[in-house]
Design a protein. Structure first.
Length: 489
C-alpha cells in the first residue's frame, strides 16, 4: 500500500513534472543551438586549413566533400605572415567516417548561393601520407575561386552599359525567330554526337587542358600593359563592322549561304591534298638553306642580270651568224666517214688503254719522261774538249784498272757472278731490273727505276728489297743505274 501511495504521490506532484519538462526543454534547446557545431560527446576528425581569404564565411558553415556535407567550420582565425600578408586559418570538425584525409587534399571557399552563403569544399588528393588529427593543410593547397561580385566589378560602368546594349541587341535578334531556334535545336543532335569524342579528348590528361588555360592566363597577364590599345582596337572594330553592315546584303549573306557547300567540299578534298601539303612543307624546309644562300648571292645575281642584259640583246644577231656553223656541224655529224673514223678512234683507244694504263703512272707518279729529256739535254750539252757525252765516254771497271772475269762492261762467257780469278772486282755481280716498280697497275706507288740501292757482294735480278714508297722520281740520281751489270749499280 505504501509503494502504491508513493508512486501516486510522485506522478501527482506538479513541481516534479514541471522540473522534468523544463530540463528536457533546456537539453533540447542546447542540442539545437549546438547542432551546427556538432553534437556533444560525439568524436570528430579535427584539423586546420589555411586559406587566403575567408570573406563571407562564418562559423558553422558546411564543409563538403564531393557535394556531401561532412562537417562544419568550428572557428575562423586571422593570421599575419612574416611578409605582412594576412590569411585566415579555419578549424574544421569533420565526421570520423571520412578519416583519414590525404595530406595533399585541396581546399577552396566556394559560394553556396548568389546571396552570399558559402561553404568549404575539400578535394581529396592522391598522397599516401594522411593528415593527422589536429594537423594543418598549408596555404599552397588552397585555391581562391573568382567571386560573382569580383567578376562584375572587373567591368567599368561604361563597359556594363555596353553589355546591356549587347544583350538588348541579341534579344532583338532572337525575337520572332522561335521556329528557326527550334530547327537549330533539332540540328544540334548530330553535332552533339560528333562533339562527344572531342570532349573526351579535351578531358584526357594527355590533352593538358589545364595547361592550356594556364597559358591563356599568362597570355592575359602579358597583354595587361596594352589593355588601352586593345580597347581602342574594339572601338575601331565597331567602325569596321559598321562598314561591313553596308555590304552584308547581298555579299556577306551569299558567302554565308554558300559556306556549308564550301565546307563540305573542303571536308572531302582537304584529306586528299594533305600529302601534297606535307610534301610542300618538307620541300620548303629543304629549300630554306638555298633561299638563305640566294640572299647572299642576290647582289652577284643582280650584277649578272645587269651585265647579261646587253649581251642577250646581241644574242639574236650572233645566233643568226652561227646558223652556217651549225649547218656545217650537222653535215659533218651525218657524214658516214665521220662515223667510221669515230669507230676507228674508239677501237684505237680500246687497244691503247692497257698500254696507257702502264705508261701513265711512269709520268704522273715518277716523272720518268721529264727525267729522260733532262738527261738527254744534259748529254747533248755537257762534255769536254773531245766533245759531248754522246761522242765520248769511258766505261772502266769499278775498283780496278783490270777487267774482272765475266765483267758485264765487256765481252764475257757467262753472267757476272762475283770475285773469280785474278784481278777480281768485289762489285762484279750482275744487277739488272727489267721491270722496275713505276706505280703501274698491280704495283705500289713506288719509283724504283733509277733509285735502287746497290747491294755489293750479291747478284740482284729484279726488284730490290727494301724500297720505300715514293711518288716522285729522284732526279738527283742517275737513271742509268737500274740496268747496269757487274760492278754497276
Amino acid at each position: 500500500m505504501r509503494r502504491r501511495g508513493g508512486a501516486a504521490s510522485i506522478a501527482g506532484n506538479p513541481v516534479l513534472i514541471g522540473a522534468a519538462t523544463t530540463l528536457v526543454v533546456i537539453v533540447a534547446v542546447f542540442l539545437a543551438y549546438n547542432a551546427n557545431s556538432g553534437l556533444p560527446f560525439v568524436p570528430t576528425y579535427d584539423f586546420k586549413v589555411e586559406v587566403p581569404n575567408a570573406a563571407g564565411l562564418v562559423t558553422g558553415n558546411d564543409v563538403r566533400l564531393g557535394g556531401t556535407r561532412i562537417g562544419t567550420v568550428a572557428k575562423i582565425t586571422p593570421e599575419t605572415r612574416p611578409n605582412g600578408a594576412i590569411i585566415a586559418v579555419l578549424d574544421l570538425k569533420l565526421e570520423t567516417s571520412v578519416q583519414p584525409i590525404p595530406a595533399d587534399t585541396q581546399v577552396a571557399v566556394r559560394p553556396r548561393s548568389p546571396l552570399g552563403l558559402k561553404y568549404v569544399q575539400l578535394t581529396r588528393g592522391t598522397s599516401e601520407r594522411d593528415l593527422e588529427q589536429n594537423g594543418t593543410l598549408p596555404l599552397r593547397q588552397a585555391t581562391q575561386p573568382v567571386e560573382l561580385d569580383e567578376f562584375f566589378n572587373m567591368f567599368s560602368a561604361k563597359a556594363r552599359r555596353s553589355i546591356q546594349g549587347n544583350l538588348t541587341a541579341y534579344g532583338n535578334g532572337f525575337a520572332g525567330r522561335g521556329a528557326d531556334l527550334n530547327f537549330a535545336v533539332r540540328d544540334l543532335d548530330p553535332w552533339l554526337t560528333e562533339l562527344t569524342p572531342l570532349l573526351r579528348n579535351l578531358a584526357s590528361e594527355e590533352t593538358d587542358l589545364r595547361g592550356f588555360w594556364d597559358g591563356l592566363a599568362q597570355s592575359a597577364e602579358a597583354v595587361v600593359p596594352v589593355a588601352e590599345t586593345q580597347g581602342e582596337m574594339w572601338s575601331n572594330l565597331n567602325t569596321t563592322f559598321q562598314a561591313l553592315s553596308e555590304v552584308a546584303v547581298p555579299y556577306i549573306q551569299e558567302s554565308i549561304d554558300e559556306g556549308p557547300e564550301t565546307l563540305e567540299t573542303a571536308i572531302r578534298d582537304l584529306p586528299q591534298i594533305a600529302t601534297f601539303l606535307g610534301n610542300s612543307a618538307d620541300f620548303f624546309t629543304d629549300l630554306q638553306p638555298g633561299v638563305d644562300a640566294l640572299a647572299n648571292a642576290a647582289p652577284d645575281l643582280a650584277t649578272m642580270v645587269r651585265v647579261g642584259t646587253p649581251v642577250l640583246e646581241r644574242t639574236p644577231d650572233f645566233n643568226r651568224r652561227l646558223a652556217t656553223t651549225f649547218d656545217a656541224i650537222e653535215d659533218f655529224s651525218t657524214d658516214p666517214l665521220v662515223k667510221l673514223g669515230i669507230n676507228d678512234l674508239t677501237a684505237t683507244s680500246t687497244i691503247l688503254n692497257p698500254t696507257v694504263a702502264y705508261i701513265t703512272p711512269a709520268q704522273n707518279v715518277c716523272n720518268y719522261f721529264g727525267t729522260l729529256f733532262r738527261n738527254l739535254q744534259s748529254a747533248l750539252s755537257e762534255g769536254g774538249n773531245t766533245g759531248t757525252l754522246l761522242r765520248f765516254s769511258v766505261i772502266a771497271s769499278p775498283g780496278s784498272v783490270n777487267f774482272a772475269p765475266n765483267y758485264e762492261g765487256g765481252p764475257s762467257d757467262r753472267p757476272a757472278n762475283g770475285p773469280v780469278g785474278p784481278g777480281f772486282d768485289p762489285s762484279n755481280f750482275l744487277h739488272t731490273n727489267p721491270y722496275p716498280l713505276t706505280g703501274s697497275p698491280g704495283q705500289p706507288r713506288t719509283c724504283e727505276a733509277g733509285n735502287e740501292p746497290f747491294n755489293k757482294g750479291a747478284t740482284r735480278i729484279g726488284n730490290v728489297p727494301g724500297m720505300t714508297p715514293t711518288t716522285l722520281h729522284d732526279n738527283t740520281r742517275t737513271s742509268t743505274t737500274s740496268t747496269t751489270s757487274g760492278g754497276g749499280g
